[in-house]
Design a protein around this ligand. Structure first.
Ligand code: FE2
Length: 255
């Protein structure tokens, strides 16, 4: 498996605090069946700044330590970039890093809302031939309360990445139901761990895929698995089924 969103690089953000913890995470990832991780430290989120060159250096250094310790895990460079009004100028300044230097950029929103300029940014990214991948939309309050707003972004060409623990239930039954509903509506293109450490938020990627198989069918998990591979190879992510719009709030769908 390929994990396209993970905070395994030591000391850069709220992920792994040390090389020892990164090694522990790497061993857990291999045990979970993960062969490749795109390391995605936070950037420009108001607390952490990790420009492209810093991430490349850290990823190369972790890769060397993994090799020395005979841990069969490939580390690629990426970034989890906060959506701010400066995003495009950051891109022009060379501070932004796409996932494995592909056309795909992992973007995160503030947990409570969707900035008013988001549609313009998505448009600007596409003009720059970059496809945004929205990190864990299932955990954004405004997207959960008004899913039609997220649907608009998907219609504009944004892709979506669900977090494994949203499926396995770590964030509670409401987010779990919401996540599965998003899968059924063809709003999701990737599942990733967003693992931050080896203790309270490890990978659970295999378990998430197993639960997706069981709940909604293997055609979904096969699609997500293939998309992660296509992403790191900078290939086109196929849209097998059109996203299904929703007019109601999520909780109304379940009642
Ligand atoms: Fe993350």
């Amino acid at each position: 498996m390929i994990d396209i969103h993970c905070h395994i690089l030591p000391g850069l953000d709220d992920g792994s605090p040390s090389i020892e913890q990164s090694l522990q995470m790497a061993r857990m990832a291999v045990q979970d069946g993960i062969s490749t991780i795109v390391a995605t430290p936070h950037h420009a989120n108001g607390k952490y700044d990790n420009e492209a060159h810093k991430i490349h250096t850290s990823a190369a250094s972790l890769s060397a330590v993994l090799k020395k310790n005979n841990i069969p895990l490939q580390i690629l460079s990426g970034q989890e970039l906060r959506v701010t009004s400066e995003l495009i100028s950051n891109l022009e300044a060379g501070a932004v890093l796409t996932l494995n230097e592909s056309r795909y950029l992992l973007i995160e929103f503030p947990s409570h809302g969707i900035p008013s300029y988001t549609k313009e940014i998505i448009h600007e990214l596409q003009v720059a031939q970059i496809t945004p991948v929205i990190a864990h939309p299932e955990r954004n309050k405004e997207m959960a309360e008004t899913p039609a707003k997220l649907y608009e972004l998907i219609e504009l060409g944004a892709l979506c990445q669900l977090t494994s623990h949203s499926i396995t239930g770590l964030f509670g039954p409401t987010i779990r139901k919401h996540s599965l509903e998003m899968c059924r509506r063809n709003w999701i293109h990737f599942v990733a761990s967003d693992a931050h450490n080896a203790t309270n938020r490890p990978f659970a990627l295999k378990e998430a895929y197993n639960q997706i198989d069981k709940e909604i069918g293997s055609m979904y998990s096969s699609y997500y698995l293939a998309n992660a591979q296509a992403l790191i190879e900078n290939k086109v992510i196929p849209i097998h089924s059109e996203p299904i719009p929703v007019k109601k709030k999520w909780y109304q769908l379940w009642s």
